[in-house]
Write a protein that binds this ligand. Structure first.
Ligand code: PLP
Length: 451
């Protein structure tokens, strides 16, 4: 029996799914009237199938979360087993899957990040991390960078440094934005990574001084900005931010919601950089989103602050047993099967070199950058002026054509503004990665013809 034969929805059911969606489902981030969502009927490994039976190579990992691929049998079975044993339980009780998940996560987190507060996703993880920072310091301001994404809830969207914040920003959030390193479009007129790093740190120090260090609770940063463009920071930048936070008594929160659990070829990027934040937030790859889960890993110092005074926050589903069972299974199988090593190897041996080759070949490519299975291609109308093919936060006919071409050729891409992000599962095989890059080669040829 082929995979297509196993399509659980026939044509009538696909049509009904679409029709009921259009009639009753209210979608994220969108004007509702013109939406045309693709029906996905089933998924497996690195592939998804649409309502017409087309197989698409998933180079998006959905919203960059299916690090372990689709329908991993070990994780699916762990969820099914947990559902039969204890499908839910209130968070004040200890449950074995939450205890085990917390242990596995703390063990993989750097330094003294030893305790885990579980949430339902990444936005609420950042909300709680900020709350913890404000309560422990008694200060209210939070510094985050432009070109960042931290989630869709009220504090998290105000932490965010992209245009999605604007309609939600009533200027009362206590968040101040600064420029982070981004050499390709340097805000500091830098021409080398070293200059960019030094100048970005000097800029951040100035912002701290001018805002008043005694008013700043936290600096919150994505380890590598993800949705905003996959810009790995120059070596030494995160360590420099750590040093500034120490000097001014500011809590450092690193958001590893997208970068953690294998995406960038390691458990956590901050660990690669030798940096121990005070709080680390995670979600997505912790269990590939098979059941919603996120959380904050908390340093001993901040955990101690709440040893004898209550932490004023909680969730009905904090440490939900189905979500935690999925996390335990996912982390176990990632370790057992060398999945993080695979992501790193695919990055260094396949995606990195092949993308560099495509960058040489195609005039529409401004820059490629990334690591592991976390890569972005920045598309420009002219390599000299670096003019983007679409504005920040917007789209354009060229980007729409790039997306349509990729899908027609059998690849589901993740796109944002003028960029195509290549973010397959960490389990992607070399053959699948090469197939996907061959499609991207054709997509870029189409874009070349349009610029
Ligand atoms: N932080 C980062 C870096 C993210 O990429 C995201 C989601 O894309 C979030 C936070 C928000 O996570 P969630 O959508 O699970 O609330």
């Amino acid at each position: 029996m082929s995979l297509i034969d196993r399509n659980p929805l026939n044509a009538r059911a696909v049509a009904r799914t679409y029709e009921l969606d259009r009639r009753h489902v209210f979608h994220s981030w969108s004007a509702q009237a013109s939406l045309d969502p693709m029906v996905i009927t089933h998924t497996e490994g690195s592939y998804v199938w649409d309502g017409n039976g087309n197989r698409l190579l998933d180079f998006s990992s959905q919203l960059v979360n299916t690090n372990i691929g689709h329908q991993h049998p070990y994780v699916v079975e762990a969820i099914a087993h947990q559902a039969r044993t204890m499908a839910t339980i209130a968070p004040q009780h200890a449950n074995d899957q939450r205890s085990e998940a917390a242990h596995l996560i703390a063990e993989r987190s750097p330094g003294d990040l030893n305790r885990v507060f579980f949430t339902n996703g990444g936005a609420d993880a950042n909300e709680h991390a900020v709350r913890m920072a404000r309560l422990t310091t008694g200060r209210s301001k939070v510094l985050t960078r432009y070109r960042s994404y931290h989630g869709g809830t009220q504090t998290a969207i105000n932490l965010t440094g992209d245009p999605r914040r604007w309609p939600n920003d009533d200027a009362t959030s206590g968040v101040v934005h600064f420029f982070g390193p981004y050499l390709y479009r340097s805000h500091f007129n830098a021409t080398t990574e070293t200059e960019e790093c030094e100048r970005a740190l000097a800029h951040l120090e100035q912002v701290i001084e001018l805002e008043g260090p005694q008013t700043i609770a936290a600096v919150l940063l994505e380890a590598i900005p993800g949705t905003a463009g996959i810009m790995p920071p120059p070596r030494g930048y995160l360590a420099g931010v750590r040093e500034l936070c120490d000097r001014y008594g500011i809590v450092l929160i690193i958001d590893e919601v997208m970068t953690g659990f294998g995406r960038a070829g390691s458990w956590f990027v901050c660990d690669d950089e030798g940096v121990v934040p005070d709080l680390l937030t995670f979600a997505k790859g912790v269990n590939s989103g098979y059941v919603p889960l996120g959380g904050v890993v908390i340093s001993d110092r901040i955990a101690d602050h709440f040893a004898h005074r209550p932490y004023p926050g909680g969730l009905t589903y904090s440490g939900h047993p189905l979500a935690c069972a999925a996390a335990v299974a996912s982390i176990t199988v990632m370790e057992r099967d060398g999945i993080i090593d695979n992501a790193r190897r695919i990055g260094t041996q396949v995606m990195g070199p092949e993308l560099m080759r495509l960058a040489e070949k195609h005039p529409s490519v401004g820059q490629v950058r990334g690591r592991g299975v976390f890569w972005a291609i920045e598309l420009v109308t002219d390599q000299k002026t670096r003019h983007p093919v679409a504005p920040t936060g917007g789209s354009s006919p060229v980007m729409s054509e790039a997306i349509a071409t990729a899908k027609a050729l059998g690849l589901l891409p993740f796109t944002n503004s003028n960029r195509i992000h290549l973010v397959p599962p960490c389990t992607v095989t070399e053959l699948e990665a090469r197939d996907g890059l061959a499609i991207i080669d054709q997509v870029l040829a189409r874009v070349d013809a349009l610029i």
